[in-house]
Design a protein around this ligand. Structure first.
Ligand code: NDP
Length: 339
Protein backbone atom coordinates (compact mmCIF):
# COMPACT_ATOMS: atom_id res chain seq x y z
CA UNK A 1 0.00 0.00 0.00
CA UNK A 2 1.72 3.18 -1.21
CA UNK A 3 1.23 6.06 1.24
CA UNK A 4 2.09 9.75 1.65
CA UNK A 5 3.62 10.63 5.02
CA UNK A 6 4.09 14.02 6.67
CA UNK A 7 7.71 13.82 7.83
CA UNK A 8 7.52 16.48 10.54
CA UNK A 9 5.69 19.66 11.47
CA UNK A 10 6.12 22.39 8.89
CA UNK A 11 6.99 26.02 9.43
CA UNK A 12 6.82 28.60 6.65
CA UNK A 13 5.88 27.54 3.13
CA UNK A 14 5.40 23.78 2.79
CA UNK A 15 7.85 21.98 0.50
CA UNK A 16 7.52 18.74 -1.44
CA UNK A 17 10.25 17.31 0.78
CA UNK A 18 8.05 17.79 3.87
CA UNK A 19 6.14 14.81 2.48
CA UNK A 20 7.46 11.38 1.67
CA UNK A 21 6.20 8.25 -0.06
CA UNK A 22 6.47 4.89 1.68
CA UNK A 23 5.05 1.45 1.06
CA UNK A 24 3.55 -0.89 3.65
CA UNK A 25 2.10 -4.35 3.29
CA UNK A 26 -1.55 -4.69 4.26
CA UNK A 27 -4.33 -7.27 4.13
CA UNK A 28 -7.16 -6.18 1.87
CA UNK A 29 -9.85 -7.12 4.40
CA UNK A 30 -11.72 -5.29 7.14
CA UNK A 31 -10.69 -6.52 10.60
CA UNK A 32 -13.23 -9.00 12.03
CA UNK A 33 -16.03 -7.65 14.25
CA UNK A 34 -15.32 -4.10 13.16
CA UNK A 35 -17.65 -1.43 11.82
CA UNK A 36 -14.93 -0.19 9.49
CA UNK A 37 -14.81 -0.25 5.70
CA UNK A 38 -11.86 -0.91 3.40
CA UNK A 39 -11.69 1.44 0.41
CA UNK A 40 -9.62 1.81 -2.71
CA UNK A 41 -8.82 5.51 -3.08
CA UNK A 42 -9.52 6.92 -6.53
CA UNK A 43 -9.25 10.73 -6.34
CA UNK A 44 -7.67 12.85 -3.61
CA UNK A 45 -8.46 16.48 -2.98
CA UNK A 46 -5.68 19.01 -2.31
CA UNK A 47 -7.08 21.61 0.08
CA UNK A 48 -5.52 24.69 1.67
CA UNK A 49 -6.72 23.76 5.19
CA UNK A 50 -4.32 20.80 5.08
CA UNK A 51 -1.50 23.28 5.65
CA UNK A 52 -3.18 24.34 8.89
CA UNK A 53 -2.92 20.74 10.08
CA UNK A 54 0.79 20.51 9.25
CA UNK A 55 1.91 22.53 12.23
CA UNK A 56 1.26 22.00 15.88
CA UNK A 57 -1.94 23.94 16.45
CA UNK A 58 -1.37 26.65 19.00
CA UNK A 59 -4.56 28.51 18.15
CA UNK A 60 -7.00 27.20 20.72
CA UNK A 61 -9.96 28.31 18.62
CA UNK A 62 -8.91 26.25 15.58
CA UNK A 63 -11.37 23.67 14.31
CA UNK A 64 -8.49 21.54 13.01
CA UNK A 65 -6.39 18.94 14.74
CA UNK A 66 -2.75 18.68 13.76
CA UNK A 67 -1.46 15.79 11.69
CA UNK A 68 0.86 13.43 13.51
CA UNK A 69 4.40 13.48 12.12
CA UNK A 70 5.45 10.20 10.43
CA UNK A 71 1.79 9.29 9.82
CA UNK A 72 -0.24 9.09 6.65
CA UNK A 73 -1.86 12.34 5.55
CA UNK A 74 -5.63 12.41 5.56
CA UNK A 75 -7.90 14.57 3.47
CA UNK A 76 -11.00 14.52 1.32
CA UNK A 77 -11.23 11.97 -1.43
CA UNK A 78 -13.39 9.74 -3.59
CA UNK A 79 -13.07 6.02 -3.02
CA UNK A 80 -14.62 2.65 -3.81
CA UNK A 81 -15.64 0.23 -1.05
CA UNK A 82 -13.83 -3.12 -1.32
CA UNK A 83 -14.94 -4.69 1.96
CA UNK A 84 -17.35 -3.58 4.65
CA UNK A 85 -18.07 -4.38 8.27
CA UNK A 86 -20.71 -1.63 8.33
CA UNK A 87 -24.36 -2.41 7.58
CA UNK A 88 -24.81 0.74 5.43
CA UNK A 89 -21.96 -0.01 3.00
CA UNK A 90 -21.40 -2.84 0.54
CA UNK A 91 -18.61 -3.75 -1.83
CA UNK A 92 -18.74 -1.54 -4.91
CA UNK A 93 -20.26 1.52 -3.19
CA UNK A 94 -18.66 4.82 -4.15
CA UNK A 95 -18.12 7.35 -1.38
CA UNK A 96 -16.61 10.77 -0.76
CA UNK A 97 -15.29 12.08 2.53
CA UNK A 98 -12.18 11.89 4.67
CA UNK A 99 -9.78 9.17 3.67
CA UNK A 100 -6.03 8.53 3.67
CA UNK A 101 -3.44 9.72 1.16
CA UNK A 102 -2.68 6.15 0.15
CA UNK A 103 -3.88 3.49 -2.26
CA UNK A 104 -6.11 1.67 0.23
CA UNK A 105 -7.57 2.91 3.51
CA UNK A 106 -9.43 1.40 6.40
CA UNK A 107 -12.04 3.96 7.42
CA UNK A 108 -13.17 3.42 10.99
CA UNK A 109 -15.90 6.09 10.99
CA UNK A 110 -17.82 5.36 7.77
CA UNK A 111 -20.86 7.23 9.10
CA UNK A 112 -18.99 10.48 8.30
CA UNK A 113 -18.88 9.60 4.59
CA UNK A 114 -21.26 10.58 1.80
CA UNK A 115 -22.44 7.89 -0.61
CA UNK A 116 -22.17 8.87 -4.25
CA UNK A 117 -25.53 8.36 -5.97
CA UNK A 118 -25.03 10.23 -9.25
CA UNK A 119 -22.34 8.90 -11.58
CA UNK A 120 -23.34 10.59 -14.83
CA UNK A 121 -20.87 13.36 -13.93
CA UNK A 122 -17.08 12.92 -13.54
CA UNK A 123 -16.33 11.10 -10.26
CA UNK A 124 -13.52 13.56 -9.54
CA UNK A 125 -16.21 16.26 -9.15
CA UNK A 126 -16.90 14.82 -5.69
CA UNK A 127 -13.54 16.26 -4.58
CA UNK A 128 -14.61 19.68 -5.88
CA UNK A 129 -17.85 21.06 -7.21
CA UNK A 130 -19.96 18.21 -5.74
CA UNK A 131 -17.85 17.76 -2.61
CA UNK A 132 -16.54 19.87 0.24
CA UNK A 133 -15.45 22.91 -1.84
CA UNK A 134 -18.78 22.97 -3.68
CA UNK A 135 -20.68 22.93 -0.39
CA UNK A 136 -18.36 25.69 0.83
CA UNK A 137 -19.22 27.92 -2.13
CA UNK A 138 -22.92 27.19 -1.74
CA UNK A 139 -23.13 27.76 2.02
CA UNK A 140 -20.70 30.68 2.04
CA UNK A 141 -22.54 32.51 -0.72
CA UNK A 142 -26.24 31.74 -0.30
CA UNK A 143 -26.40 31.17 3.46
CA UNK A 144 -23.82 33.65 4.72
CA UNK A 145 -24.08 36.52 2.19
CA UNK A 146 -27.86 36.66 1.64
CA UNK A 147 -27.24 37.80 -1.96
CA UNK A 148 -29.71 39.80 -4.00
CA UNK A 149 -30.03 40.36 -7.74
CA UNK A 150 -27.96 43.28 -8.99
CA UNK A 151 -25.54 43.39 -6.06
CA UNK A 152 -21.81 44.01 -6.52
CA UNK A 153 -19.80 40.91 -5.65
CA UNK A 154 -16.04 40.55 -5.28
CA UNK A 155 -14.22 37.20 -4.94
CA UNK A 156 -10.55 36.54 -4.14
CA UNK A 157 -8.71 33.34 -5.17
CA UNK A 158 -11.53 33.43 -7.66
CA UNK A 159 -10.38 30.78 -10.11
CA UNK A 160 -9.88 28.12 -7.43
CA UNK A 161 -11.98 25.21 -6.25
CA UNK A 162 -14.38 27.40 -4.27
CA UNK A 163 -14.06 30.78 -6.01
CA UNK A 164 -14.95 29.70 -9.55
CA UNK A 165 -18.21 28.32 -8.24
CA UNK A 166 -19.10 31.33 -6.07
CA UNK A 167 -18.66 33.55 -9.13
CA UNK A 168 -20.96 31.40 -11.23
CA UNK A 169 -23.60 31.27 -8.48
CA UNK A 170 -23.43 35.06 -8.26
CA UNK A 171 -23.80 35.46 -12.03
CA UNK A 172 -26.79 33.10 -12.07
CA UNK A 173 -28.33 35.29 -9.38
CA UNK A 174 -27.91 38.39 -11.58
CA UNK A 175 -25.08 40.03 -9.64
CA UNK A 176 -22.19 42.08 -11.02
CA UNK A 177 -19.16 39.89 -10.33
CA UNK A 178 -15.46 40.69 -10.24
CA UNK A 179 -12.76 38.20 -9.33
CA UNK A 180 -9.08 38.41 -8.65
CA UNK A 181 -6.43 35.76 -9.25
CA UNK A 182 -2.69 35.51 -9.58
CA UNK A 183 -1.98 35.08 -13.31
CA UNK A 184 -3.14 36.20 -16.75
CA UNK A 185 -4.27 32.68 -17.59
CA UNK A 186 -6.51 32.64 -14.51
CA UNK A 187 -7.87 36.11 -15.21
CA UNK A 188 -8.76 34.99 -18.75
CA UNK A 189 -10.55 31.94 -17.34
CA UNK A 190 -12.59 34.10 -14.99
CA UNK A 191 -13.78 36.33 -17.80
CA UNK A 192 -14.06 33.88 -20.68
CA UNK A 193 -14.97 30.57 -19.09
CA UNK A 194 -16.76 31.40 -15.85
CA UNK A 195 -18.51 34.52 -17.12
CA UNK A 196 -17.28 37.02 -14.51
CA UNK A 197 -17.98 40.61 -15.56
CA UNK A 198 -14.42 41.66 -14.79
CA UNK A 199 -11.25 40.15 -13.37
CA UNK A 200 -7.76 41.35 -12.49
CA UNK A 201 -4.39 39.98 -11.47
CA UNK A 202 -3.72 41.18 -7.92
CA UNK A 203 0.03 40.60 -8.39
CA UNK A 204 0.11 43.38 -11.00
CA UNK A 205 -1.62 45.96 -8.77
CA UNK A 206 0.66 47.96 -6.49
CA UNK A 207 -2.38 49.72 -4.98
CA UNK A 208 -5.21 47.25 -4.29
CA UNK A 209 -7.47 50.01 -2.98
CA UNK A 210 -7.15 51.87 -6.29
CA UNK A 211 -7.75 48.65 -8.25
CA UNK A 212 -10.95 47.97 -6.33
CA UNK A 213 -12.14 51.56 -6.85
CA UNK A 214 -11.62 51.04 -10.59
CA UNK A 215 -13.85 47.94 -10.68
CA UNK A 216 -16.32 49.03 -8.00
CA UNK A 217 -16.78 52.80 -8.27
CA UNK A 218 -19.95 52.41 -6.20
CA UNK A 219 -18.46 49.95 -3.73
CA UNK A 220 -18.80 46.26 -2.92
CA UNK A 221 -21.96 44.69 -1.50
CA UNK A 222 -20.53 41.19 -1.00
CA UNK A 223 -16.94 40.11 -0.55
CA UNK A 224 -16.23 36.37 -0.61
CA UNK A 225 -12.98 36.25 1.34
CA UNK A 226 -10.49 33.51 0.51
CA UNK A 227 -7.13 35.19 1.02
CA UNK A 228 -7.04 37.71 3.91
CA UNK A 229 -4.14 40.10 4.60
CA UNK A 230 -3.66 43.08 2.29
CA UNK A 231 -6.62 42.16 0.11
CA UNK A 232 -9.01 42.19 3.04
CA UNK A 233 -7.61 45.51 4.18
CA UNK A 234 -8.23 47.09 0.78
CA UNK A 235 -11.69 45.55 0.49
CA UNK A 236 -12.72 46.99 3.87
CA UNK A 237 -12.19 50.50 2.49
CA UNK A 238 -14.45 49.71 -0.46
CA UNK A 239 -17.43 48.04 1.19
CA UNK A 240 -20.85 49.60 0.76
CA UNK A 241 -23.05 50.41 3.71
CA UNK A 242 -24.59 47.16 5.02
CA UNK A 243 -22.26 45.07 2.88
CA UNK A 244 -21.52 41.46 3.79
CA UNK A 245 -18.19 39.68 4.00
CA UNK A 246 -18.27 35.92 3.98
CA UNK A 247 -15.00 34.84 5.57
CA UNK A 248 -14.24 31.49 4.01
CA UNK A 249 -10.48 31.39 4.43
CA UNK A 250 -7.28 33.45 4.47
CA UNK A 251 -4.73 31.50 2.48
CA UNK A 252 -2.22 34.38 2.40
CA UNK A 253 -1.82 33.90 6.18
CA UNK A 254 -1.41 30.13 6.41
CA UNK A 255 2.37 30.06 5.96
CA UNK A 256 3.16 33.11 8.09
CA UNK A 257 4.48 32.77 11.62
CA UNK A 258 2.85 36.10 12.52
CA UNK A 259 -0.46 37.03 10.85
CA UNK A 260 -0.30 40.17 8.71
CA UNK A 261 -1.99 43.10 10.41
CA UNK A 262 -5.31 44.31 9.01
CA UNK A 263 -5.57 48.02 9.73
CA UNK A 264 -8.92 49.12 8.36
CA UNK A 265 -11.25 47.36 10.77
CA UNK A 266 -13.04 50.61 11.66
CA UNK A 267 -14.64 50.37 8.21
CA UNK A 268 -16.76 47.58 9.67
CA UNK A 269 -18.26 50.22 11.95
CA UNK A 270 -18.46 53.05 9.42
CA UNK A 271 -20.09 50.86 6.77
CA UNK A 272 -22.17 48.71 9.16
CA UNK A 273 -20.60 45.68 7.53
CA UNK A 274 -21.71 42.20 8.45
CA UNK A 275 -18.62 40.00 8.48
CA UNK A 276 -19.22 36.34 9.19
CA UNK A 277 -16.84 33.44 9.28
CA UNK A 278 -18.18 29.99 8.53
CA UNK A 279 -17.06 26.38 8.46
CA UNK A 280 -18.47 24.16 5.76
CA UNK A 281 -19.22 21.19 7.98
CA UNK A 282 -21.90 23.18 9.82
CA UNK A 283 -23.85 23.10 6.56
CA UNK A 284 -23.56 19.44 5.52
CA UNK A 285 -27.24 18.93 6.37
CA UNK A 286 -27.93 20.99 3.21
CA UNK A 287 -26.02 18.56 0.98
CA UNK A 288 -29.02 16.98 -0.74
CA UNK A 289 -30.60 20.40 -1.33
CA UNK A 290 -27.26 21.54 -2.73
CA UNK A 291 -27.15 18.57 -5.13
CA UNK A 292 -30.69 19.37 -6.29
CA UNK A 293 -29.50 22.87 -7.23
CA UNK A 294 -26.07 22.13 -8.67
CA UNK A 295 -26.51 18.82 -10.54
CA UNK A 296 -29.06 20.29 -12.98
CA UNK A 297 -26.80 23.31 -13.54
CA UNK A 298 -23.92 20.97 -14.43
CA UNK A 299 -26.07 18.78 -16.67
CA UNK A 300 -27.52 21.79 -18.49
CA UNK A 301 -24.08 23.35 -18.90
CA UNK A 302 -25.09 26.41 -16.87
CA UNK A 303 -22.17 25.86 -14.52
CA UNK A 304 -18.75 24.68 -15.66
CA UNK A 305 -15.92 23.46 -13.47
CA UNK A 306 -12.19 23.50 -14.14
CA UNK A 307 -9.98 20.90 -12.51
CA UNK A 308 -6.22 20.59 -12.40
CA UNK A 309 -5.52 16.87 -12.48
CA UNK A 310 -2.22 15.44 -11.20
CA UNK A 311 -1.60 11.83 -12.14
CA UNK A 312 -0.54 9.30 -9.52
CA UNK A 313 0.07 9.38 -5.78
CA UNK A 314 3.72 10.27 -6.53
CA UNK A 315 2.56 13.64 -7.84
CA UNK A 316 0.57 14.47 -4.70
CA UNK A 317 3.30 16.28 -2.71
CA UNK A 318 3.95 18.78 -5.51
CA UNK A 319 0.23 19.15 -6.21
CA UNK A 320 -0.51 19.99 -2.57
CA UNK A 321 2.41 22.37 -2.15
CA UNK A 322 1.46 24.07 -5.44
CA UNK A 323 -1.69 25.52 -3.85
CA UNK A 324 0.48 27.99 -1.96
CA UNK A 325 2.27 29.35 -5.02
CA UNK A 326 -0.91 29.39 -7.10
CA UNK A 327 0.35 26.67 -9.45
CA UNK A 328 -3.07 25.03 -9.62
CA UNK A 329 -5.51 26.21 -12.24
CA UNK A 330 -8.91 25.31 -10.86
CA UNK A 331 -9.58 22.52 -8.40
CA UNK A 332 -6.42 20.54 -7.63
CA UNK A 333 -7.13 16.82 -7.79
CA UNK A 334 -4.76 13.84 -7.56
CA UNK A 335 -5.73 10.67 -9.41
CA UNK A 336 -4.67 7.59 -7.47
CA UNK A 337 -6.67 5.15 -9.60
CA UNK A 338 -9.52 5.61 -12.07
CA UNK A 339 -11.56 2.61 -10.96
P1 NDP B 1 -7.83 27.17 -4.48
O1 NDP B 1 -8.23 26.10 -5.41
O2 NDP B 1 -8.28 28.55 -4.74
O3 NDP B 1 -6.24 27.15 -4.36
C1 NDP B 1 -5.55 28.07 -3.61
C2 NDP B 1 -5.29 29.36 -4.40
O4 NDP B 1 -5.07 30.42 -3.49
C3 NDP B 1 -4.04 29.32 -5.25
O5 NDP B 1 -4.24 28.72 -6.50
C4 NDP B 1 -3.69 30.79 -5.36
O6 NDP B 1 -4.35 31.34 -6.50
C5 NDP B 1 -4.30 31.41 -4.11
N1 NDP B 1 -3.24 31.86 -3.20
C6 NDP B 1 -2.24 31.10 -2.67
N2 NDP B 1 -1.44 31.87 -1.88
C7 NDP B 1 -1.97 33.13 -1.94
C8 NDP B 1 -1.58 34.37 -1.34
N3 NDP B 1 -0.52 34.47 -0.54
N4 NDP B 1 -2.34 35.46 -1.63
C9 NDP B 1 -3.41 35.38 -2.44
N5 NDP B 1 -3.81 34.24 -3.02
C10 NDP B 1 -3.10 33.13 -2.76
O7 NDP B 1 -8.28 26.79 -2.99
P2 NDP B 1 -9.77 26.52 -2.49
O8 NDP B 1 -10.74 27.11 -3.43
O9 NDP B 1 -9.87 25.09 -2.14
O10 NDP B 1 -9.82 27.35 -1.12
C11 NDP B 1 -10.02 28.75 -1.14
C12 NDP B 1 -10.14 29.27 0.28
O11 NDP B 1 -11.27 28.69 0.91
C13 NDP B 1 -8.96 28.95 1.18
O12 NDP B 1 -8.70 30.06 2.00
C14 NDP B 1 -9.46 27.79 2.01
O13 NDP B 1 -8.78 27.65 3.23
C15 NDP B 1 -10.91 28.19 2.18
N6 NDP B 1 -11.84 27.11 2.52
C16 NDP B 1 -12.64 27.30 3.62
C17 NDP B 1 -13.59 26.37 3.96
C18 NDP B 1 -14.47 26.65 5.12
O14 NDP B 1 -15.20 25.74 5.55
N7 NDP B 1 -14.49 27.85 5.66
C19 NDP B 1 -13.72 25.12 3.21
C20 NDP B 1 -12.89 25.06 2.02
C21 NDP B 1 -11.97 26.02 1.71
P3 NDP B 1 -3.84 32.70 -7.20
O15 NDP B 1 -3.04 32.28 -8.38
O16 NDP B 1 -5.10 33.38 -7.54
O17 NDP B 1 -3.00 33.43 -6.19
Amino acid sequence: NKQVILKDYVSGFPKETDLELRTETITLKVPQDSNAILVKNLYLSCDPYMRLRMHKTEDESSVFTSYTPASVLTGFGVAKVLDSGHPDFVEGDLIWGTTGWEEYSIITTPETLFKIQHTDVPLSYYTGILGMPGMTAYAGFYEVCSPKKGEYVFISAASGAVGQLVGQFAKLMGCYVVGTAGSKEKVDLLKNKFGFDEAFNYKEEHDLNAALKRYFPEGIDIYFENVGGKMLDAVLLNMRVRGRISVCGMISQYNLEQPEGVKNLMSIVYKRVHMEGFVVFDYYHLYSKFLDVVLPYIREGKIVYVEDIAEGLESSPSALVGLFSGRNIGKQVVVVARE
